[in-house]
Write a protein that binds this ligand. Structure first.
Ligand code: PGA
Ligand code: ZN
Length: 403
């Protein structure tokens, strides 16, 4: 089966920012994908191409769209739908290490659409195509819901970027229900204690109360009961000034930060810490990992879904889990290699959305297909977040029927 037609267009994401949508046609149908975009972007991520200039304050993606329509389409039209092979063609066509020529947003849009076309050709749902083609064991991931938003995603004054609840039931549907009920409950409690504006929400649907002390914000989660555990995405590079961490109005050393985490993990049921230190301090991360014992230490900006950075972190024992964001590396095949590497290292995998999202639910299938332990797709509200959770509910139903 060959690629008959490929066309890209500019659409808007959940923040009203332009992004790339791709349609790829084969004789089996038309396969559409849309590309997400971060705001607390790691400096080592593959580069999305933006237009600059006045239009959409420089954030237009017409150059990336043009690259798909005028450079990528002629190069792959008529080729067999073989995602690994085509991803390789795209990387060569781009020729840069960070995909800055064609744009990671251009390459990824095509890559995702290709995987959908290949799954159709194999007459499998996308998650099954990924697991069977790349020899992974399928698994329903545990969802992590970002119910308090801070950092670059909200204006409440909290420096930690994401406070997530991780319900601990076995089934996805039970965990989803608990998360939604906890979310309602949190809204009421926050409004009671801090006033109506405390339930304003941030980019990922979590509440953004005016609380600057991390401990105070985390204790709001501890009101919830329900045997919840917590993940925290600190996104520490966002408040690192090159020397110290500027948090709640005070400057802290790395050692002081580690002390803060030690206290917080002892007091609360925090089972995972993402980006607790800045993105280049592999050695600091090792010290932190050693002193925090059982906590899952998750590399996001540190690793950027990049195998070379994962190797370095593994050698230095900087972390024991990885965030996989397909757009950080820029092609699905490379994200799959990163997942394989993580399994080889015995690391946990958390598949993640971006703060700027669309209704594309690719990552739901991807997480199940690679057998990720966790997925994070924001709070259990807002269409672009819910698209992933609803898709996971359907996949769970399908998997149960298969049994
Ligand atoms: P981003 O945030 O999508 O804005 O980068 C998500 C994260 O840091 O995990
Ligand atoms: Zn992160």
């Amino acid at each position: 089966m060959i690629i008959n037609f490929l066309k890209a267009r500019e659409i808007l994401d959940s923040r009203g920012v332009p992004t790339v949508e791709v349609s790829l046609d084969t004789e089996k149908g038309s396969f559409v994908s849309a590309v997400p975009s971060g705001s607390s972007v790691g400096s080592h991520e593959a580069k999305e191409l933006r237009d600059g200039g006045d239009r959409y304050m420089g954030k237009g993606v017409t150059k990336a769209v043009k690259n798909i329509n005028e450079t990528i389409a002629p190069a792959i039209k008529g080729e067999e739908v073989d995602p690994e092979k085509i991803d390789d063609i795209l990387l060569k066509l781009d020729g840069t290490k960070d995909k800055s020529r064609l744009g990671a947003n251009a390459i990824l849009g095509v890559s995702m659409a290709l995987f959908r076309a290949a799954a159709k050709e194999a007459e499998k749902p996308l998650y099954r195509y990924i697991s069977s083609q790349f020899s992974f064991k399928e698994k329903m991931p545990k969802p992590c819901f970002n119910v308090i938003n801070g950092g670059a995603h909200a204006g409440g004054g909290l420096d930690f970027q994401e406070l997530m609840i991780v319900p601990q039931k076995d089934s996805f549907s039970n965990n989803l229900q608990i998360a939604v009920e906890s979310y309602y409950q949190l809204k009421v409690s926050l409004e009671e204690k801090y006033g109506k504006s405390a339930s304003n929400i941030g980019d990922e649907g979590g509440f953004a109360p005016k609380i600057s002390e991390p401990r105070e914000a985390i204790s709001c989660l501890a009101w919830l009961g329900n045997d919840l555990k917590f993940f925290i995405d600190v996104a520490a590079s966002e408040f690192f000034d090159g020397e110290k961490y500027y948090i709640a109005g005070r400057r802290k050393t790395k050692e002081e930060m580690i002390g803060i985490y030690k206290e917080l993990t002892e007091e609360f049921d925090i089972i995972g810490l993402e980006d607790p230190l800045e993105e280049n301090d592999f050695d600091g991360w090792s010290d932190l990992r050693e002193s925090l014992g059982d906590t899952v230490i998750i590399g996001d900006d540190l690793l950027v879904t990049n195998i070379e950075r994962m190797e370095k972190a593994f050698q230095k024992k900087s972390c024991n889990a990885v965030i996989i964001k397909i757009n950080q590396i820029g092609s699905v095949t490379e994200a799959i290699s990163a997942a394989r590497k993580a399994k080889e290292y015995g690391w946990k995998i958390i598949v993640s959305h971006r703060s700027g999202e669309t209704n594309d639910d690719f990552i739901a299938d991807f997480a199940v297909g690679i057998g990720a332990e966790y997925i994070k797709s924001g709070a259990p509200v807002r269409g672009e977040r819910i698209a992933k959770y609803n898709r996971l509910s359907k996949i769970e139903e399908c998997l149960k029927k298969n049994e």
